[in-house]
Design a protein around this ligand. Structure first.
Ligand SMILES: [Zn+2]
Length: 493
């Protein structure tokens, strides 16, 4: 029985360098804001256990997966911290998984080519180094990219599978007890053989070409999955395959992009899980999320499909979206339950009884259409403004209620203050004559201040995410909602 539905409930915290914010741990820039103490991490893990998680997953980001990461002080600090987290996770019945792109290295997200012997040797070196530094790891995820993928020197999705097999053997040499998680993220296998670059391209990350990594082609998808099924017996027998319901960024199983027939074939021999990034938060607007209708619907589809043994519950804001984390874990445990009732139950546990009305207003934050947000909210600007004021009032009334009956990180009171910040911010933004530029600065200061102390990153996502929120309110007049602003940065289609 490889696949008992929902048994693998994976907290996936992406704290990569382009997703830094006040609600995410800063793991690689000591001395700058948002670093967490050992005590913070212990409290987070206690909360995760109470919420129902049994795997802690993180991305060994390209900033770490490079020579500088191996030799630098920040790499040493990271290693100490993550080994401490691993110890705590084990104490609380969570396994630990690190994900790593097969060959994407460095702060500039450069992808090395497995077809060039010296570059592949460098990849193997980096894998060996990190495997030896993280001895407590239970699961090693080998990941095609995003960012990063190779189409130089004849590399294809098949190359990724074959080279991942080599790395799986390396993992077994260093960590014989560890399980492999083979990622198929993308259309499938993000970018391999299809990502394009400018004239003379040598694998650098070039944002203008990222969308080419998502080009879907049925023939390519079929060949890739046939090859994966053929090679899978060459991987350790308990290898997990991460495969979403659909070969697109939101995991939608429509038409030729329906991945379920392949998932079923894989599930006959191996554990499968989803790696659906879009369900809880997407990767762009930072606000309190409430996307649970689709989350629960997708869970039931996963159960019906194969079934899936579990999947990731993604976050880049664990200090803000505790409700999403709770709902996501519970969606694997009780997929037929009412998500609104689960939310009310959550607030009863965190803030005490009489807090149910919060749940009526929280979905309104999902007014910003971006990655994974399929919610439609139909309100006039005036009604929206009124509801945000009401939510602010409710939250002010909960000051120091402090009755949490469930382990909670950081504290119910900090959480209340953050929700209040967002409610007041959205109330001001939807007010009669907002000072948009001033509010944009205020939002930036609260959420993204760390970037004022860092050199510009290759991915300008934080700036774009703020602009998108502000522009939404700037263009929202009266009853009509602004037209869908198109795919968000990060959703490459
Ligand atoms: Zn290549």
């Amino acid at each position: 029985m490889n696949n008992v539905f929902g048994q693998r409930r994976v907290y996936y915290n992406n704290f990569a360098e382009h997703l830094l914010n006040a609600y995410n741990p800063n793991m690689t820039h000591a001395g700058l804001p948002y670093c967490w103490s050992d005590r913070d991490w212990t409290a987070l893990i206690e909360m995760l256990e109470a919420f129902g998680y049994n795997v802690f997953q993180y991305w060994l980001t390209p900033r770490l997966f490079c020579r500088e990461g191996v030799t630098g002080e920040f790499g040493r600090k990271f290693t100490r911290q993550i080994n401490f987290i691993t110890e705590q996770a084990h104490r609380h019945n969570l396994k630990v998984e690190f994900l790593c792109s097969l060959s994407t290295v460095g702060s500039d997200w450069h992808t090395l080519c497995p077809g060039i012997p010296s570059e592949w040797e460098e990849c193997r070196y980096l894998w060996r180094e990190w495997l030896s530094r993280l001895p407590g790891t239970d699961i090693v995820g080998i990941f095609p990219g995003d960012p990063g993928a190779c189409s130089r020197h004849g590399c294809t999705a098949l190359t990724f599978i074959d080279r991942a097999n080599e790395i799986a053997a390396l993992v077994k040499q260093h960590l014989p007890h560890a399980q492999i998680d083979l990622g198929t993220w993308g259309p499938p296998i993000f970018g391999w053989g299809i990502i394009q670059g400018p004239e003379g391209w040598k694998g650098e990350f070039v944002q203008a070409y990222q969308h080419t990594a998502w080009q879907f082609d049925k023939k390519r998808a079929d060949e890739t999955m046939v090859h994966l099924l053929k090679r899978l017996p060459d991987f350790p027998s308990d290898t997990i395959v991460s495969i979403n319901l659909g070969f697109n960024p939101d995991g939608i199983p429509n038409g030729d992009q329906d991945a379920r027939p392949w998932a079923r074939q894989i599930a006959a021999a191996n554990p499968i899980q989803t790696w659906d990034f879009s369900l809880t938060e997407g990767e762009n607007a930072i606000l309190p999320h409430y996307r649970f209708q689709r989350l629960f619907e997708q869970r039931r589809r996963e159960r019906d499909a194969a079934p899936y043994s579990g999947g990731i519950c993604y976050t880049m804001t664990p200090k803000l979206n505790q409700l999403s984390l709770y709902e996501a874990a519970q969606s694997f445990i009780r997929p037929d339950d009412d998500y609104n009732e689960i939310a009310r139950e959550f607030y009863r546990q965190v803030f005490g009884p009489g807090t149910e009305e919060l749940v009526e207003h929280l979905p309104l934050f999902e007014i910003i259409k971006d990655w994974g947000n399929h919610l439609t909210i139909d309100l006039s600007r005036e009604d929206f403004h009124r509801r945000m004021n009401r939510l602010s009032e409710l939250l002010r009334g909960l000051e120091n209620r402090l009755a949490s009956t469930i382990p909670f990180f950081p504290t119910p009171e900090t959480y209340r203050q953050e929700l209040l910040f967002f409610a007041e911010m959205f109330a001001m933004l939807s007010g009669p004559a907002p000072d948009y530029d001033q509010l944009a600065r205020q939002y930036w200061q609260r959420v993204y201040a760390i970037y004022d102390q860092l050199p510009a990153h290759v991915d300008p996502r934080p700036q774009q995410a703020v602009r998108k929120i502000i522009d939404f309110f700037r263009t929202w007049k009266g009853a009509a909602l602004p037209q869908d602003q198109g795919p968000a940065n990060g959703q490459w289609v």
